[in-house]
Write a protein that binds this ligand. Structure first.
Ligand SMILES: [Cu+2]
Length: 259
């Protein structure tokens, strides 16, 4: 049995490698942070609630926080590929170095990971807290949301049995959704408002939001619920208070049988 001996003085890395990694790290951090946050923020579209606006800024912050980690891995990989290429069947002489555990590097990495995880946890919790703030609003209106394969139905609690398949909401008014399902598990997702909650049979879950933009937005199912899951979508129409009341009245009249 022979141990591979490596001279202590022989360094397997060069100063130029370190410089290159450092330079690439800085450049790639900026590129990954900027491109990553822009692509994600743009793909989510304009926010239709304060919750969604904070979700988008949270994604930007998380992307920038993750960028240096991704950039360091990429910088090391690129440097290794450019500088350490070796052809032939035998390992290159500088591959014989022994990798030692460095308590200092381990400690630094543990500390950096802990800080990053705590940061993500705390900032995430603050945004989630905002998400549920409207639940406690006494002025909030209430909508019962029922999912079933493969449609959504909305019952307007304060409006004598008015029911619709498209959701109508007045702008700037908090709304609490009481969400349930008739058959299997679904997930009620109002895309541009940044709220999503499971719809479970036999159980009511609650979420709330205050729409702050007039327009037509998407409601989708976010839980694979069977063959036509992908088509289980509808629209939410956010309108002025006056338009909302007009819609409510005319719907109540046409649904005369149940109102
Ligand atoms: Cu579904």
């Amino acid at each position: 049995m022979t141990d591979i001996q490596t001279p202590q003085s022989a360094k397997w890395w060069k100063k130029t490698d370190v410089k290159r990694v450092f330079l690439l790290w800085i450049i790639l951090t900026a590129v990954i942070g900027y491109v990553g946050s822009e692509v994600q923020a743009r793909s989510m579209g304009a926010p239709a609630s304060e919750v969604m606006a904070s979700v988008i800024s949270l994604i930007r912050i998380f992307t920038w926080a993750a960028a240096p980690v991704a950039a360091l891995v990429a910088a090391l990989a690129i440097t290794a590929l450019m500088e350490k290429r070796h052809y032939g069947d035998n390992p290159p002489p500088d591959a014989l170095h022994q990798v030692h555990t460095s308590p200092r590097v381990n400690g630094l990495w543990m500390a950096a990971s802990t800080v990053l995880c705590l940061f993500a946890l705390i900032v995430g919790l603050i945004v989630l807290q905002k998400d549920s703030a409207s639940l406690l609003d006494a002025k909030a209106m209430n909508v019962n949301v029922t999912g079933q394969q493969w449609v959504w139905n909305f019952d307007y609690v304060e409006s004598n049995g008015v029911r619709s398949a498209d959701l109508y909401l007045p702008v700037n008014k908090p709304v609490v959704f009481h969400v349930s399902s008739k058959d299997v598990k679904h997930s009620f997702w109002v895309v541009q408002m940044g709220i999503k909650i499971d719809a479970n049979p036999g159980y009511v879950t609650e979420t709330a939001v205050t729409p702050n933009k007039i327009g037509v937005f998407d409601v989708r199912c976010a839980e694979l619920c069977g063959l036509l899951h992908a088509y289980m979508q509808t629209k939410v129409h956010v309108v002025s208070q006056a338009d909302y009341e007009t819609w409510l009245k005319s719907t109540a009249v046409t649904q005369g049988a149940i109102s």
